[in-house]
Design a protein around this ligand. Structure first.
Ligand code: GLY
Length: 373
């Protein structure tokens, strides 16, 4: 019997496990391919301001809280694992490609100022001074110095090592069901056996709502196609996000000479195909904004699923099934929200109290607001 069984060994599941083990709990993580889901595709942006959407202020506050935790989280993780996680604090530049895109940029800037967020409007010349690789056609920029990034795959590798060092047991098996016992979660049924547990944490990303034994959850897959390229040493100072004829693209440098270009956002269920159109649009827009992208080596294309929710915010804390704790539904912000999710969930598991910062994100908010149901 383990104190906590975590279903899902992606960034969120492992971080919850690591933090819970550090609180003295015995923890077992189950995943047949840890890190092969959305964690493998994530560009690693820590970008609450440039991801902020209209009417998403609670999510913005959670994101800012988690961003503030990242430097200490990264330092502790690097010390525990002995490997770097690639935290970059160079900031994020959002650019507009044509006049309509710049009007959209101005609307975004007005929204950010209304919320009291730090963002500076740049002329095309100022934008190119910051990022000399930008195309001369770029019509304007918005600098958000506080939006950073990490290397998501490096974070996952470090979490595997740190969790193991903290005593977490990783079982490479398929999670088949949440087992109930006397009206509460009593463990996980795996492909090969039952793992009894005092509590279960659900961290299965986009598949969280599909696991037998889990009460109905409003989590759906939102497909994202992503490209990885090599040969980008010195190309960009920090993340570049762009509006290109109404479409969005981002370019995130990492690991010395690597670049992630993302991402499509498609409601197509669990469609795993990388499509010609998806790759075309991402490359076309990225090359329009940073022409040298056309000279880089395309090393990887992949499609994964964000765990989408009706309000784009995560599902945290207790569920309607006693003993089942939620750490899912992170949609576009899984990497950003990893520290706050891990620390709030570990606090709940260790003390029975969900910290105030996570309280607005319990799943019963959808019952309270019928507009989402
Ligand atoms: N966080 C960026 C994305 O989900 O594409």
């Amino acid at each position: 019997m383990t104190d906590v069984a975590v279903a899902g060994g992606g960034l969120v599941g492992l971080a919850v496990a690591w933090r819970a083990a550090r609180r003295g709990l015995s923890v077992t993580v189950v995943d047949d391919a840890p890190g092969a889901g959305a964690s493998a595709a994530a560009a690693g942006m820590l970008a609450p301001v440039t991801e902020a959407g209209y009417r998403e202020e609670p999510l913005l506050r959670l994101g800012l809280d988690s961003l503030a935790r990242w430097p200490a989280f990264a330092a502790e993780l690097e010390a525990a694992a002995g490997t770097p996680v690639g935290l970059r604090t160079a900031g994020t530049l959002v650019v507009g490609f044509d006049e309509d895109d710049v009007r959209e940029l101005d609307a975004l800037h007005a929204f950010q100022r209304e919320l009291g967020l730090a963002a500076h409007r740049l002329t095309p010349r100022e934008a190119r001074r910051r990022e000399p690789a930008l195309a001369t056609r770029v019509r304007g920029g918005l600098l958000v110095e506080g939006d950073h990034s990490v290397d998501g795959r490096a974070v996952h590798a470090a979490l595997l090592a740190a969790a193991e060092a903290a005593g977490v047991v990783l079982v490479r098996d398929r999670v088949a069901e949440v087992v109930t016992d006397g009206g509460r979660a009593g463990g996980l049924r795996l492909a090969s056996r039952v793992l009894p547990a005092d509590r279960v944490v659900l961290a299965l990303g986009a598949r969280s709502g599909q696991l037998p034994g889990v009460p109905p959850l409003p989590v759906r897959p939102v497909k994202g196609q992503v490209l990885r390229l090599a040969g980008a040493a010195g190309l960009l100072e920090g993340t570049v996000r762009a509006l290109v004829r109404g479409r969005q693209v981002y370019l995130v440098p990492y690991g010395g000479d690597r670049l992630v270009v993302g991402a499509t956002s498609e409601d197509r269920g669990f469609d795993a195909r990388v499509t010609a159109g998806g790759v075309h649009d991402l490359l076309h827009d990225a090359i329009d904004v940073v022409p040298e992208v056309g000279e880089l080596e395309l090393t990887e294309t992949l499609a994964r699923w964000r765990p989408g929710t009706p309000d784009n915010a995560p599902l945290l804390g207790p569920s309607s099934l006693p003993g089942l704790v939620l750490a899912t539904g992170h949609h576009r912000n899984g990497v950003l929200l990893t520290p706050v999710t891990a620390e709030a969930t570990a606090e709940l598991l260790a003390t029975g109290e969900l910290p105030e910062v996570a309280a607005p994100f319990t799943a019963d908010r959808f019952e309270r607001s019928p507009v989402w149901s």
